[in-house]
Design a binder for this molecule. Sequence first.
Ligand SMILES: [Zn+2]
Length: 287
Amino acid sequence: MPELPEVEIVKLSLKKTIKSKKILKVKVNNRNLRFKIQKDFEALLKRRKIIDVNRKAKYLIIILDDNKYLIMHFGMSGTLHLLKKEFDFKNTNLSFYKGQNFPSKHNHIELFFDKFKIVYNDPRRFGFVKFLNSKKELVKFLKNFGIEPLEKKFNIKYLKKILNNKNKNIKNILLDQKYISGIGNIYANEILFFSKINPNKLGKKINISEMKKLLVFSKKVLRKAIKKGGSTIRDFKNAEGTKGSFQDEFKVYNKDGFRCPNSLCAKFIKKITISNRSSFYCPDCQK
Ligand SMILES: [Zn+2]
C-alpha cells in the first residue's frame, strides 16, 4: 500500500510533467472504484488546466483552474502511469514503481494531454479519484486529517496534546489519521523501533524523552524513505526498472525471526497483531 513517502514521490514526478498543461480528453473505463466515478466526470475535467500538484497525507491533490480539484487515493494497489505519445503510449515512467511495462489490465481512468497521457491503474479498486468543485469542498475533505510529521506544527506541544490521558496504544495513535496523517503501518513499525517504544504502550504512558524521540524519528524515517524512492513491496512486485529501495533498510518491518538490528542486543524480532495489523518489534529494546 502506498504510504506518505510513495505518494510524495508520485507528486514530485507528476508535477514536473503536468504543471500548466491542459487536459484534452478524459476516458473512464471503469467507474467502480472505492467511490463511484461521477457521471459528469469527463465533462468536468475536459479543457481544464493543471495549476499545480500537491499532497496531504496519502492523498494526491491535483489543483485545476477555476478552483477545482482532483483528489486521488491509491488504496491498496493503485498506481499512476505516465505514457508518452512519442513512445506510442507504451512505456510508463512515473514514480517509485516505475517499470517499463505498462499493465494491460485495470486501467480505469485516462487523462489525455498534448504529448502524453496519465493513467490510473488499480487491480483491487480500493483507491479512488474524485473531482471537487471548490476550495470549500477541499477544505471540508481534508478537515479530518491531523498534522503531518513533516509539518512544523508537529512538535512536542502537539504530541502532548494527542498522547496525554490516552488509553489507546501508541501504534494505533500513530496510525490514526485524525491525530497524525500520513504514517502507515510500515513506517509506524520503523519509527517505534528507532524510538525504542513498545507498540502496545499506552499513549498516556509515553514520557517526554520518548515524545522527543517520536518527533525526531517520524521525520527522519519519512524523509529517508522519500529520498530512497519509497518502499517497493508486495503490491509492486511486478515493477521493473527503478524501484524504491527503502525496503532494503527496514529494521523491523517483515523481519520477524531475524536478530534485532541493534548490535548490542541478542534478541529476535517478534511479530504480533495489533488491531488486525502486523506489528514487528524487539521485546528487549522497545519498552
Ligand atoms: Zn533489540
